[in-house]
Design a protein around this ligand. Structure first.
Ligand code: ADP
Ligand code: MG
Length: 269
């Protein structure tokens, strides 16, 4: 026969659970005890139920926090991405990336292709998938990143900034080479790439093939060194496709509707 707690004991238990920060258990122990009585659960099964609730709540909160922190556009997911458009080799790369081993090995991901081929959507989708598995990733555009690092350098806090970025297993750097940067700006980007080399991943999208990266890094030596560092351990995804937007617009013409409307624009490239 179950004996329930008297008022003072109830209060005491709630206080203990508060002190131990076991919020979900505090909120649910009475209800779960009633359920245990109804279903004749053993003491251990009751404990399992309670702890499961606590764990699930914490896990959900953690993922929600990681998603907020990640700065990723929520609507760019694998569910809304048509993988069948990709070349077979790229499809294989996506399957591999979803497992997240590249993060453990500090490998990089590079997505190349013309504008509109889905580079940003794809890498954001893979990144979001990994965040939902509990990984810490952060999305930024190359321009914003460069500005942030430059500010840090001028404030003499570049080291601290890089250290902070180290807490992210991968940084998605969107659109390297899209905006022309001056030498000082490129230097801080190079510093970041060198800093992460073999320690943390970067996931880069670019419209420019390596052969044009000298326009990004200005001199041949820095360019070679940058390419060397990002390529050394990397997965390269080549999206040599027609632009998705163009193709959808074409389809829209034939069917009388605008294909692009189903995808909300986020302001990210
Ligand atoms: P890129 O970064 O290569 O310029 P985006 O990732 O921004 O291209 O894609 C352009 C638009 O087309 C976005 O709205 C994106 O969601 C959509 N898109 C691109 N490829 C696909 C795809 N394979 N499936 C679904 N939507 C796609
Ligand atoms: Mg893009």
């Amino acid at each position: 026969m179950m004996t329930s707690l008297d008022g003072q004991q109830q209060h005491q238990l709630a206080e203990y659970l508060n002190a131990l920060r076991l919020t979900s258990i505090r909120e649910q122990f009475t209800e779960v005890a009633q359920q245990a009585a109804r279903e004749s659960l053993s003491y251990e099964q009751y404990l399992l139920e309670l702890v499961r609730h606590e764990w699930e709540m914490r896990q959900n909160r953690r993922i929600a926090r990681l998603l907020r922190e990640s700065n990723l556009p929520y609507e760019k997911t694998l569910d809304t991405f048509d993988l069948s458009r990709l070349p077979t080799q790229a499809q294989h790369a996506v399957t591999l990336m979803q497992q997240g081993f590249f993060l453990d090995n500090a490998e990089n991901v590079l997505a190349f292709g013309n504008p509109g081929t889905g580079k940003t959507h794809l890498l954001c989708a893979v990144a979001q998938h990994l965040v939902r598995q509990g990984h810490r990733l952060w999305f930024t555009t190359c321009s914003l990143l460069v500005q942030q690092l430059l500010r840090a350098k001028r404030d003499l806090t570049l080291g601290t900034s890089l250290k902070k970025l180290h807490t992210f297993e991968a940084i998605v750097i969107d659109d390297i080479g899209y905006v022309q940067h001056n030498r000082e700006e490129m230097e801080v980007l190079f510093t970041l790439l060198a800093d992460r080399y073999e320690r943390r991943s970067v996931m880069i999208t670019s419209n420019l093939p390596f052969s044009k990266w000298e326009t990004i890094f200005k001199d041949p030596m820095t360019t070679a060194a940058a390419i060397d560092r990002v390529v050394h351990h990397s997965v390269i995804v080549e999206l040599n496709l027609p632009s998705y937007r163009m193709e959808e617009a074409q389809k829209g013409k034939h069917t009388g509707q605008q294909g692009e409307k189903s995808f909300s624009e986020t302001g990210n490239h």
